[in-house]
Design a protein around this ligand. Structure first.
Ligand SMILES: *Cc1c(COP(=O)(O)O)cnc(C)c1O
Length: 380
């Protein structure tokens, strides 16, 4: 892989030096579950068995670590498994401060599975450093952040939040899935670890599930607990999934340019449309987090949401009329997806009933806007 002098858009294309044994330019797919030992019992190439480490997964981990400016990374079988590995690195009785508005599965893990397991949590508005400070207790071991957040693209000032956490001796972990490592570097802003659902932009084609944790300090206690969970609990991705993720990742910079440009065009269209009561996109100057996002992100990403009148039936009626934009959950793939977030999340949702979340794909932006226009303007 090219060194630190190259820009991330270059590094993500040139993932690896040519394969040592064959000269292959494209990354090889290593399916072997086991690796040969020397006659004296050693493992001279560093690989023993595919659960603790596999060469294809190792390349993915090195690539994600390099892009995040991390000391190391660990891949998991899903973004949710990566999140669980972070909370699983804490001890029963520890307290976590996390955002009120975040990917639904994150507070659900904290208030469900990990509450039974003995973790305690307080959910606050993490866009307010004062609210974070007010939630810190003597047992607070971790602050979880997600910026931009789901589903209203709320922005947290990561540097200010990290300052508060550091004063209280708490670790900071940031879910960087929506921004991607090409648009935002939480570790450079003070976070200790970054979590990704690689299912989304990093793999980018909606055909593989995966997650990753990138760690500032590869020798620290948190890193040790994360690697221990990979090796002992085994929620690791298969080599083929790692290979698919690497395959998709090589076009990450190119895809993101189209996602960001299309999202900007779609957000501008929606924010000027009379049937839309609110448009949530941090690239809009009217968004409450715009100034902070402009400071801590290179661009504003491909995810947005908007609200229409008429609550749940009003939102369902608009989604039902979409033709090109597909009705499905998830985000970060090449095709545009729209969903009614509240009904996806279930009874405890904080998502407004009239809210539609849209993952803006890489199609022609004029086609996307035409589809939205006819869906918003058709007689109900
Ligand atoms: C999808 C997602 C997750 C969970 O990842 P999975 O790969 O679906 O388990 C976590 N955080 C964010 C922001 C997500 O979008």
């Amino acid at each position: 892989m090219p060194g630190n002098t190259h820009q991330p858009a270059t590094r993500v294309v040139h993932l690896t030096a040519a394969d040592q044994t064959t000269g292959a330019i494209a990354p090889p797919l290593h399916l072997s579950t086991t690796f040969e030992r020397d006659a004296d019992g050693g493992y001279p190439r560093g690989f023993t068995y595919a659960r603790p480490a596999n060469p294809t997964r190792a390349l993915l981990e090195q690539t994600i670590a390099a892009l995040e400016g991390a000391g190391a990374a660990a891949c998991f079988s899903s973004g949710s498994a990566a999140t669980a590995a972070i909370f699983g690195a804490l001890a029963p009785g520890d307290h976590v401060v996390a955002p009120q508005e975040a990917y639904y599965g994150t507070p659900t893990q904290l208030t469900g599975w990990f509450a039974r397991w003995g973790l305690r949590c307080t959910l606050v508005d993490t866009s307010d450093p004062g609210a974070i400070a007010g939630a810190m207790t003597g047992q607070t071991r971790m602050l979880w952040l997600e910026s931009p957040s789901n589903p209203r693209l709320r922005i947290c000032d990561i540097e200010a939040a990290c300052d508060v956490a550091r004063r209280h001796g708490a670790l900071v972990v940031c879910d960087n899935t929506v921004a991607t490592p090409l648009l935002q570097h939480p570790l450079a802003l003070g976070a200790d670890a970054v979590v990704h659902s690689t299912t989304k932009y990093i793999s980018g084609h909606g055909d593989t599930l995966g997650g990753a944790v990138a760690l500032r300090d590869p020798g620290g206690e948190l890193a040790g607990r994360i690697f221990e969970q990979q090796a002992q609990l085994g929620a690791v991705p298969s080599p083929f999934e790692c290979w698919l993720t690497l395959r998709g990742m090589r076009t990450l910079a190119l895809r993101l340019r189209a996602h960001c440009e299309n999202a900007r065009r779609v957000a501008e269209f929606l924010s000027g449309h009379p049937a839309v009561t609110a448009t949530h996109y941090p690239g809009l100057p009217t968004h409450p987090g715009h100034a902070v996002a402009a400071r801590q992100m290179r661009d504003f990403g491909g995810l947005l949401s908007f609200e229409v009148a008429g609550g749940r039936p009003g939102a369902f009626a608009v989604i039902a009329r979409l033709g090109l934009i597909r009705r499905a959950t998830s985000l970060g793939s090449v095709e545009s997806l729209a969903q009614h977030r509240a009904s996806q999340e279930g009874p405890d949702t904080r998502s407004p009933e009239g809210l539609i979340r849209m993952s803006v794909g890489i199609e022609d932006p004029g086609d996307l806007i035409a589809d939205l226009r006819q869906a918003l303007e058709a007689a109900p």
